[in-house]
Every structure is written in C-alpha cells, then in structure tokens.
Design a protein. Structure first.
Length: 208
C-alpha cells in the first residue's frame, strides 16, 4: 500500500505516468463541466492538471489556462494534446509541486479536481488558492468524498486524503467575502465526490 508521502511525491507521479502511454481518459471531469458551464470565461488555473483533459476543455470554452502539475511526463502529454486540438496557445503548462507552490497571479477560476493531500497540507494548498481568486471569480474543489470506496493502484488510499465538502468553507478565510454556490456530495460507490464551488464577492480584494 502506498504511503501518503509516496502519493504526494514527484517520483511517484513520474513513475505512475510512465507506466502507460495514457493514464486518464483525456476528457474533462464531469463536475468541472457541470460547475464551469455558464461561467464567464477569463483566466483559469487548473491545479493538478494531469494529462490536461480539464485544461483543454476550458481552453476550448474560451478560457486562458495555467495548467499546473508535479509530473513533467503528464505536462508533456497535455501540451501535445492541446497542440493537436488547436488550443496550444491558450494553455501555459507549469511543473509545480502543489504542496509547496503558491500562485503569485490572480485568476477568475481556480479548479482543483481530485487533488488529494493530508488535511494539514490541504488547508495550506486550498487557502493559498482561495487568495488567488479574483473578485467575482470562482474556486472549485472536487475530491473523493468520505463515503467513497475508491482504490488507487489497487489499494484504497489513506482515509485522511478524502474530505467532506463542508470542510472547504473553513479554508476560504473571511466567510463574508464568499458566496457558496455548491456544497454537496454527488454520485455513489466508486464515484462519490465532494463538490464545492464558491464565488469571491465582487467588493472583496484578495490578499496576496
């Protein structure tokens, strides 16, 4: 069984992506589509972008995207897919360790799909993401819910990597600066997800 330290390391993910020519489907995550459809396009940050399915979808729907991931292998595949799709000029690929990296720019949408880290690191990561959202912009966080029965490489990850959507509210800072749009558990069985989206109120100025 993989340890938490393994799952958040660069070495783990580089090896994971080298196992197969393609790990993920290449399609956007369903909760990203559900939550981002209808939002006014602008600048987006895709945290933990993997092979780029979400970044491509956002670029194809008018967004300019920074796509960040720890794996150089995944980023190279994403860049190739974006070029093939004709949106390579709309996506900037960033190799970053999300545990230690802090965005130094602001975005109209920050999306973190299935970025699973321990609670202490989750607080730091998502709090930093929240401060980088523009007034009027959205923070979208999706992960496996506590109710999920999910396997990772044949093993169920440590339970502390899963979370309830309500936990994210505590990471936003001043609650009066945010409007919670979505806070719910969706799906069942292997596909049980915690889905959280909040909008930073237009009169709020993010602290950088």
């Amino acid at each position: 069984m993989h340890s938490v330290e393994d799952i958040i390391s660069e070495e783990f993910w580089e090896a994971r992506y080298r196992e197969k020519p393609q790990i993920w489907s290449g399609k956007a995550n369903r909760n990203l589509i559900a939550e981002a459809t209808g939002l006014k396009s602008g600048r987006a940050l895709d945290l933990g972008c993997g092979e780029g399915g979400d970044a491509l979808w956002l670029a194809q729907h008018g967004w300019t995207v920074d796509a960040a991931d720890i794996s150089s292998v995944a980023l190279k595949r994403g860049a190739g897919a974006a070029a093939d799709a004709g949106v390579g000029d709309r996506i900037r690929w960033l190799q970053r360790d999300l545990v230690t990296w802090r965005p130094d720019e602001r975005y109209d949408l920050i999306s973190a799909q299935y970025v699973h880290v321990p609670p202490a690191l989750r607080k730091e990561l998502f709090t930093a993401a929240a401060t980088a959202v523009n007034p009027g912009g959205s923070l979208l966080i999706v992960g496996h819910a506590l109710e999920a029965h999910r396997e990772f490489d044949g093993h169920k990850p440590p339970v502390e990597l899963f979370f309830a959507p309500e936990e994210i509210t505590e990471l936003l800072g001043d609650p009066w600066l945010w409007l919670v749009e979505t806070c719910e558990v969706r799906g069942s069985g292997l596909e049980t997800d915690a889905v959280y989206r909040a909008t930073r109120l237009p009169d709020a100025q993010p602290e950088m």
